[in-house]
Design a protein around this ligand. Structure first.
Ligand code: ADP
Ligand code: MG
Length: 211
């Protein structure tokens, strides 16, 4: 097995994320009904259905594929999560460029540029009870294991565990960004919906690369 992100595994990552979103739609909606407006499940399923329809095989490099994903999400999802996930994929795709395979460090760098884009778009940082609280620790874990000589698939599996822990760590947090921030202290005690969907994104990457 090649220890890279290939065009095929990038496509499998996106499709795996879509499948996880569809399976978790009701859970995402329930989480968003507790601290938001109960549309995170429908926002994400609408976006990922549009993505699946848009990926028609005409994207022949990783950058084109992931930029198409990002543009499709931006244009199909109205909620906060649309521009945020859209920006993430656009940045990852832009950094990936016209390659058909990324070495582990190249994929990690592309993911990190996505994280930086997401932070800038949302004017947010970690600890604010958002999707960043799943993504940032995941990428820190990914970088750490890769620099210790870990394989991409093992390092992504560790990153997926870190993302799930980061998701769970949003429960006691008080939201200071997005709709949940309107609740102030009452946002504590609930898991963040965006961190929950983001943990699915990292899990999908780990599965796609290890397949
Ligand atoms: P909306 O909040 O417009 O209803 P969604 O329900 O689809 O959109 O998405 C909500 C999720 O978006 C939150 O759970 C949170 O993780 C994320 N989010 C909201 N605002 C920000 C922000 N400024 N930066 C990062 N993530 C954010
Ligand atoms: Mg919402």
């Amino acid at each position: 097995m090649a220890d890279q992100l290939t065009l095929d595994t990038a496509r499998a990552w996106v499709e795996g994320f879509a499948a996880r979103i569809h399976a978790a739609a009701d859970e995402l909606t329930a989480l968003d009904s507790a601290i938001g407006d109960a549309d995170h499940g429908s926002n994400m399923t609408r976006g990922m259905s549009a993505v699946s329809a848009a990926l028609d095989g005409s994207q022949t490099d990783i950058g084109s594929l992931l930029k198409k994903v990002g543009m499709t999400i931006v244009s199909s999802v109205g909620g906060a999560s649309g521009p945020l996930y859209g920006t993430f994929f656009l940045r990852v795709g832009t950094t990936a460029g016209d390659k058909t395979a990324l070495e582990p460090a190249e994929f990690a760098a592309a993911l990190r540029s996505g994280l930086e884009g997401l932070k800038a778009r949302g004017k947010a940082t970690t600890g604010e009870k958002t999707m960043l609280d799943a993504l940032a620790p995941a990428l820190d874990a990914l970088d750490a294991e890769l620099s210790d000589g870990g394989s991409l698939s093992d390092s992504l599996a560790t990153a997926a565990t870190a993302a799930a822990q980061g998701r769970d760590a949003t429960v006691p947090m008080v939201a200071t960004k997005g709709r949940a921030s309107y609740l102030g202290e009452r946002s504590a005690g609930h898991c963040d919906p965006g961190a929950t969907s983001m943990a699915l994104l990292v899990d999908a990457a780990a599965t796609a690369v290890s397949a």
